[in-house]
Write a protein that binds this ligand. Structure first.
Ligand SMILES: Nc1nc2c(ncn2[C@@H]2O[C@H](COP(=O)(O)OP(=O)(O)OP(=O)(O)O)[C@@H](O)[C@H]2O)c(=O)[nH]1
Ligand SMILES: [Mg+2]
Length: 185
């Protein structure tokens, strides 16, 4: 199949690659997404130790971090253009933890210009209702960062390309805002 065609969605107009960091709780599907972007289909994954990085994508530098060490995520945010926050839509018991991590992310990137795509993954399985997910994770209330969200499945590929397009749109918007602010000052 080949890697997913996110090259058309190039966010940076200059030659520097767009840096994207994927975070989220353990087993939410971050590495499945990382691999889907890299090779264009679903592959079985193992829990991540440390991180995975893809240097080979033409336009994107993508880091996939380990869910078991959320205290380390913040160290990858400098010079990052976009963050993908992965949520397992089937795991009701973890949603309060998701909410706390989103609040922490909100603090961690307060002074950084980073767009965040929230992905509600595993839509191919029996999953929670979308409104319940939004409410339980506090997505609409607690978060000040620029965000978009998308339901997806790394198994079928549903929603992945749409999600990436939304993230690229957010990144472009952020960059335009920064450029405009720089022109004013
Ligand atoms: N059915 C289904 N299974 C998925 C999907 N995405 C991931 N999985 C499965 O969920 C499990 C965890 O996926 P990973 O991608 O390894 O999760 P992770 O977020 O990288 O986990 P850590 O590396 O431990 O933080 C694996 O068994 C995947 O095959 C999906 O969209 N649908
Ligand atoms: Mg992983």
């Amino acid at each position: 199949m080949g890697s997913i065609c996110i090259c058309q969605s190039k966010a940076n107009q200059n030659s520097i690659k767009t840096k994207i960091v994927i975070v989220g709780l353990e087993s939410s599907g971050k590495t499945a997404l990382f691999e889907y972007i890299r090779i264009g289909n679903f592959v079985q994954t193992e829990p991540t130790e440390g991180y995975n990085v893809n240097f080979n994508n033409k336009d994107f530098l993508i880091f996939d971090l380990a869910g078991k060490t959320p205290n380390l995520w913040q160290h990858y945010y400098q010079n990052t253009d976009g963050i993908i926050f992965m949520i397992d839509s089937t795991n009701k018991g973890k949603l309060q933890e998701v909410k706390q991590q989103l609040i922490k992310l909100n603090r961690d990137i307060e002074f950084l210009n980073i767009g965040v795509l929230i992905l509600f993954n595993k839509q191919d399985l029996e999953h929670l209702d979308f409104q319940v997910l939004l409410e339980e994770c506090g997505v609409e209330k607690n978060l000040q960062f620029q965000k978009a969200w998308q339901m997806c499945s790394c198994k079928t590929g549903e929603g992945i390309e749409e999600g990436i397009k939304k993230l690229v749109f957010l990144i472009k918007k952020q960059q335009t805002t920064v450029q405009n602010q720089q022109q004013i000052t």
